[in-house]
Design a binder for this molecule. Structure first.
Ligand SMILES: Nc1ccn([C@@H]2O[C@H](COP(=O)(O)O)[C@@H](O)[C@H]2O)c(=O)n1
Ligand SMILES: C[C@@]1(CO)OP(=O)(O)OP(=O)(O)OC[C@H]1O
Length: 160
């Protein structure tokens, strides 16, 4: 069997006024924030799903149920750290991650270096292994109407 495995993650969270906006492990200044059972960090959630999918270990909701009060308002960095432990326990290491955040406003580019530094530390990974990109949807759909934020992640992992 090939030592390389790929995974893919997709997630959506609603945006509401006067909420903290956690994205990529940092608080992004904005008039709206993402809502969910956890801190609703959509970028971290897709990274978790892509890694779990690559390892064929189900998904984020399977390991951390949105019905469990233990995870209410939880910092998603804690969940990501646990996912890293789960996949490393199975003998996997990360090759690279490539992510895209779909968000009409605000501009994310200025925040990407801080997100990479934060995620690299949480995952004990080199920043060069983490790519973060952003796109608007040109005012179309729920992202364009600023009702929500979505994200995608592709992950390459390998057996060490
Ligand atoms: N929330 C966002 C969205 C986009 N960007 C950056 O702007 C570029 C142009 O966006 P389009 O949706 O018009 O393609 C995009 O390539 C990103 O570099 C951003 O920083 N934050
Ligand atoms: C992270 C969890 C758990 O708190 O909650 P949410 O913040 O709702 O996120 P989602 O991506 O919808 O699903 C995973 C959940 O189990």
């Amino acid at each position: 069997m090939t030592p390389f495995r790929i995974g893919f993650g997709y997630d959506v969270h609603q945006l509401k006024a006067d909420q903290d906006f956690w994205l990529g492990g940092i608080k992004v200044p904005h008039t709206k924030g993402a809502v969910g059972h956890s801190d609703a960090d959509v970028l971290i959630h897709v990274i978790c799903d892509a890694l779990l999918g690559a390892a064929n270990m189900r998904d984020i909701g399977y390991h951390f149920s949105d019905k469990d009060p233990k995870f209410k308002g939880i910092d998603s960095k804690i969940l990501l750290k646990e996912v890293m432990e789960l996949i490393r326990k199975e003998g996997f290491e990360i090759g690279n991650l490539d992510t895209t955040i779909c968000l009409q406003n605000p501009k994310i580019n200025p925040h990407i270096p801080a997100m990479k530094t934060c995620l690299a530390e949480v995952m004990a990974l080199e920043e060069s292994a983490i790519s973060i990109k952003a796109t608007t949807t040109e005012w179309l759909g729920f992202v364009g109407r600023e009702e929500g934020v979505s994200a995608y992640c592709a992950a390459l992992i390998y057996k060490v």
